[in-house]
Write a protein that binds this ligand. Structure first.
Ligand SMILES: [Zn+2]
Length: 211
């Protein structure tokens, strides 16, 4: 099956809980067979069960670490933010507002309204990239929302290679269908003409669009 990020053809390396996984030799991504995707209703049901509110201290702490690593280092350049794929409770948007940013949020399932023409200094995508059925097209769409010289801050857990993938917890969420690592983000940066400003090699990445 073809890689939905870079289009190269790869072989299956794992069957696990009724899903087939492929590793891409070109971009180092790992992806699920598209026959095994949940449908939209099943995905929505699954997302609605997440306990992701501002009262959940662990959840908030996770975002604070993400903001420290990425957004807060460049706060002087940033006024407007779009939180893309915020899920049922826009917690990160609340934290960004507290930091003084002007924040909009969007989620294809829960908050589908979006100002098509508006562009932002920063787009945040936390726990979003791993849900993309078509990462190439989704990334293109996101980049259209960012101004020239603007930023894209991403949080998604990096995989540690196909040899240890079988025991990795993150793959077991049936809505997670594409997994990245440092090489995959290098591929994305090259392909979409972005600069990687920060990468903690486990889950936080900050990219910049050229001026
Ligand atoms: Zn690929």
């Amino acid at each position: 099956m073809k890689c939905p990020l870079c289009d190269s053809k790869n072989d299956k390396f794992l069957n696990h809980k009724n899903r087939s996984f492929y590793h891409c030799d070109n971009c180092d991504g790992i992806y699920v067979d598209k026959e095994d995707y949940l449908d939209v209703e099943e995905e929505k049901q699954r997302y609605s069960t997440h306990n992701n509110t501002i009262e959940n201290k662990g959840y908030v702490k996770m975002f604070q670490r993400f903001l420290d690593d990425t957004v807060r280092k460049f706060s002087d350049d940033i006024n407007t933010v779009l939180d893309y794929g915020c899920g049922p409770g826009p917690v990160l948007a609340e934290l960004l507002k507290k930091d003084g940013f002007e924040v909009d949020y969007y989620d294809p399932v829960f908050y589908p309204e979006i100002d098509e023409s508006k562009k932002y200094d920063l787009v945040t995508c936390t726990e979003v990239f791993e849900h993309f059925h078509n990462p190439k097209e989704n990334i293109k769409k996101i980049l259209k929302k960012i101004k020239k010289g603007g930023y894209l801050a991403v949080m998604t857990y990096f995989h540690d290679g196909k040899d240890v993938f079988k025991n990795w917890f993150y793959k077991d969420d049936p809505t997670h269908v594409f997994f990245y690592n440092t090489n995959t983000f290098k591929y994305i940066a090259d392909e979409f003409n972005l600069e990687i400003l920060f990468n903690n090699s486990t889950k936080h990445v900050l990219l910049k669009k050229p001026d």
